[in-house]
Write a protein that binds this ligand. Structure first.
Ligand SMILES: Cc1cc2nc3c(=O)[nH]c(=O)nc-3n(C[C@H](O)[C@H](O)[C@H](O)COP(=O)(O)OP(=O)(O)OC[C@H]3O[C@@H](n4cnc5c(N)ncnc54)[C@H](O)[C@@H]3O)c2cc1C
Length: 814
């Protein structure tokens, strides 16, 4: 093939809206030497049959950012690339059946406002003004999204393709990628028309992503965590009342989303389009006896209207004119789901120079933003917004197909569900168990999943209501709250023990390890026998990650990090180490017990030969209950305490002995409350690339005067001179029944001046605490601000830059 490209900077596999948007954004960034391969015609996967709805609503800050960006892009795209498109911005009304739903809307409204959007709360009485055909008697209110609308997905894709081509990027249609190989640090993508050598490759293959992902396994990859669901919508014939209204008003009615009943209803021409996410949902191609065909281009599943009956009846009761529209056409197409319903965008776990932009459930509304994020990953290795919510590395090795299938069914069936802070979704559980799992449960633990690991959230007593219904609240108080209080008090007054399986840990050993670390982290390394916190910044000086560093020898370190950070931090650690250094992920072979409280020494003294007088931030090998262990004198709970690390087989005896010696078991809810009182940051809440090291208040972990250069040093020097715009603070809040959730807006008068990154009740200080960032000039102790908590402004007072509990760390040093 004379004209077929044999080399390229980037090859994108898949020409749906997402791959095409990626190509468009790469070209816009100046990376025009890129090729997109599409096995059939563009849009042949899920894109061609999508309904094209484009909401901005999300309760995830990152996803809202992405969707907001898409809508802005789409508004100007037709003109920018000279490709006319059908894009109707009709606005949407999201209905609430309950007070809790209205609170969810309030939170999204406040986040949206911060991102520059005008989401608006609606009283029941106002709904008919905007949507005359609706029954409202049983509603609590609604949310108005003025930017919502619908776009023709095929035209959108073609417009992006035209824009990309015009800038010089290439699209090869009817040209499937058939495999990949690697040679001299380059990728070779194989196609029937020839091979393409490239630096970077992207899996944007939609519901085929798992199949494409298998090619990367020999190069360190894993099976893409996903399942494919069947999703339907149907279109009605013309409805005379709707036609008359549209004629009279010169526009369509807004899109309706009845999220509690779980469907959307949109005007399509002069008929309606009903699209439910039904509980009795159906997956396809989930098991070996139902394999995905090699090619499903432009195909649909057979109609399955029976599944939708309840939703059709419900929608007819809500909007009675729907019943008068005869069924014109049903669409039943494949829609891919990752286990949490969010897409995979970012570095392909374990594989060099490979990326994912696939498994999109809302790819039309997210496609624009996804293209931007993908292009940033490829061209800069970092993204403007923290995108952990969609980072492929948020899943690790526990996502077998059974897990993916169960979660896809659960998420699809609860697509619009509220995510309450004390609710744990039941599907796909028990993937990774601690060596003392049975014992922990026998003590009454109510479990939560953390990177697949089951940990105790709190410990119930006989008679506690453990139903899922009991957790359907935004309130702090619930059956758990008095137990969490008791657990915190046990840690404050006596000694608590928390089993913490799945702490991610890497052993690093070999000549040059210390030098490599010094050149990577913002601060200094601990001396041998001691531990400290290390921070890793990105080139812009933003907080990439935090790890505990336990120094075992001159060139030997144990790095410990959050459970969910495992594959993210694996990349950080392995990327920086020279060949002389051996890096080993030892996460699964060991478990950790946190033994903490003023009586921790008494509890441990009869069980161990360790020197319990060694000071805070030291570590030592010893035996506990006759078992070999490593003791680290540190406590995330902020009391005297030790982390006891041991091989799994040795942990049950230690746990039993610690309990017998008088320790009280406590759970993750208590730990969260306790760490907030100390101002200790949580990963990807308080610590994220949305903030620089200085904004995050981590100045004492930045050594600008150390001789080594490190990523972010120049940016941080610059920030030091210019001053930071925001500053991390601890606030005490006059909260009502709820503490501040993540990304609540902080106000001074009529201006938003910051946001919260975590909020919880502190049982030792007896107050509601919010951690967050505010404008630097307001980060002054005593400043009175307000936090919008589910729509109510609550007074919040900035606290001194020190822990609320035990400000001088005397209890830790005791
Ligand atoms: C009925 C229905 C309604 C929907 N409505 C909406 C909606 O209203 N709003 C919304 O946001 N989302 C909606 N969606 C979801 C949306 O369709 C998808 O999220 C989106 O189309 C995904 O785009 P994509 O580019 O990731 O994948 P796809 O469109 O599936 O594109 C992947 C492409 O990769 C190609 N490909 C695969 N393997 C190879 C290979 N080996 N070589 C080359 N090419 C390959 C495929 O042919 C395909 O064209 C709907 C989905 C369904 C099923």
């Amino acid at each position: 093939m004379a004209d077929f490209p044999t080399t390229s900077l980037v090859v994108i596999i898949g020409g749906g809206v997402v791959g095409t948007s990626g190509l468009y954004h790469l070209a816009t960034a100046g990376w025009t030497d890129c090729v997109l391969l599409e096995k059939n015609e563009l849009t042949a996967g899920s894109t061609w049959h999508a309904a094209g709805n484009c909401p901005s609503f999300s309760t995830s800050w990152a996803v809202m950012n992405m969707q907001r960006y898409s809508l802005g892009l789409y508004a100007g795209l037709a003109e920018a690339v000279d490709y006319p498109m059908n894009y109707h911005v009709t606005g949407s009304i999201r209905l609430a059946h309950s007070k809790e739903r209205m609170m969810e809307f309030e939170r999204a409204r406040s986040m949206g406002l911060y991102q520059g959007m005008d989401l608006e709360m609606m009283a029941v009485g106002d709904i008919k003004d905007r949507y005359p055909f609706i029954e409202t008697h049983d509603l609590a209110g609604a949310l108005w999204d003025p930017d919502d609308g619908d776009i023709d997905p095929a035209q959108l894709t073609q417009a992006l393709a035209k824009g990309a081509r015009d800038m010089g990027a290439r699209i090869e249609r009817f040209c499937p990628a058939t495999g990949v190989s690697r040679e001299n640090g380059e990728w070779i993508v194989h196609t029937p028309k020839g091979d393409i050598r490239c630096e970077k490759v992207v899996n944007a293959a939609g519901y085929y992503a798992q199949r494409v992902g298998e090619w990367f396994k020999p190069y360190g990859g894993r099976t893409v965590p996903m399942a494919t669901m069947s999703h339907q919508y149907f279109l009605t014939d013309e409805i005379p009342e709707l036609a008359a209204w549209t004629k009279e008003n010169g526009r369509k009615v807004p899109l309706l989303r009845d999220v509690d009943s779980s469907y959307y209803l949109r005007q399509d021409k002069n008929g309606l389009n009903l699209g439910p996410y039904e509980r009795n949902c159906k997956g396809h191609w989930m098991t070996p006896d139902d394999p995905m065909p090699d090619d499903f281009s432009f195909q649909l599943y057979p109609d399955d209207l029976e599944r939708l009956e309840w939703y059709i009846e419900d929608a007819c009761a809500r909007v009675p004119i729907l019943a008068s529209g005869g069924l014109q056409r049903n669409i039943n197409g494949p829609i891919p789901y990752a286990p949490d319903g969010l897409p995979l965008i970012g570095p392909m776990p374990g594989v060099p120079n490979a990326y994912e932009a696939c498994v999109f459930t809302f790819g039309i509304t997210q496609g624009g933003g996804a293209g931007k994020v993908l292009a940033e990953w490829i061209t800069e290795g970092q993204t403007e917004w923290d995108m952990w919510a969609v980072d492929p590395r948020r899943y690790t090795d526990y996502t077998d197909q059974d897990y993916c299938n169960q979660k896809a069914m659960e998420v699809y069936g609860h697509e619009y569900a509220m995510h309450f802070p004390h609710h744990e979704w039941p599907a796909g559980r028990d993937k990774k168990l601690s060596p003392v799992d049975a014992k922990v449960r026998a003590l009454g633990a109510v479990m939560g999943a953390y990177n697949g690991w089951e940990r105790a959230n709190w410990f119930a007593k006989d008679g506690d209501d453990l139903s899922e219904e009991a957790t359907q609240t935004w309130d702090r108080a619930g059956v758990w709250s008095s137990r969490v209080k008791e657990e915190c008090e046990a840690v404050r007054d006596g000694c608590g023990v928390l089993d913490l399986p799945g702490f991610s840990r890497f052993m690093i050993k070999g000549a040059g390890a210390a030098d490599a670390l010094r050149a990577r982290v913002t601060g200094g390394l601990p001396k041998v026998g001691r531990m400290n916190l290390l921070y890793f910044a990105d080139d812009r000086g933003r907080i990439l990650t935090e790890m505990s560093c336990i120094r075992m020898g001159e060139d030997e370190f144990l790095l410990i990090t959050a459970a969910t950070a495992q594959w993210h931090d694996r990349d950080v650690v392995t990327d920086m180490m020279p060949d002389t250094v051996h890096v080993e992920d030892i996460t699964t072979t060991r478990d950790t017990l946190i033994v903490t409280g003023p009586k921790a020494r008494d509890v441990l003294s009869g069980l161990t030969d360790a020197d319990l007088t060694l000071p805070w931030l030291t570590h030592q090998s010893a035996t506990v209950a006759g078992q070999p262990a490593h003791l680290i004198r540190v406590s995330f709970a902020g009391e005297l305490g030790w982390e006891v690390h041991a091989l799994n087989d040795h942990v049950p005896a230690i746990y039993d002995a610690v309990l017998e010696a008088g320790a009280t078991p406590f759970g993750m809810y208590a730990l969260n409350s306790l760490r907030m009182e100390k101002g200790y940051r949580a990963w990807k809440g308080d610590l994220s690339t949305d903030y620089s090291m200085f904004e995050g208040g981590l100045d004492r972990f930045v050594k600008l005067d150390k001789p080594q250069d490190f990523p972010g040093k120049a940016a941080l020097m610059n920030e030091k001179q210019q001053g930071s715009k925001k500053r991390f603070v601890t606030m005490i809040v006059d909260a009502g029944d709820q503490d501040a959730p993540y990304m609540s807006t902080v106000w001074q008068g009529d201006a938003v001046v910051g946001e919260t990154t975590s909020g919880d009740w502190g049982y030792r200080v007896n107050a509601s605490i919010a951690l967050g960032l505010v404008r630097t000039d307001l980060a002054v102790p005593g400043t009175e601000l307000e936090i919008d908590i589910f729509g109510t402004r609550r007074k919040a007072v900035v606290q001194p830059d020190q822990p609320l509990w035990d400000p001088k760390n005397e209890r830790l040093r005791a």
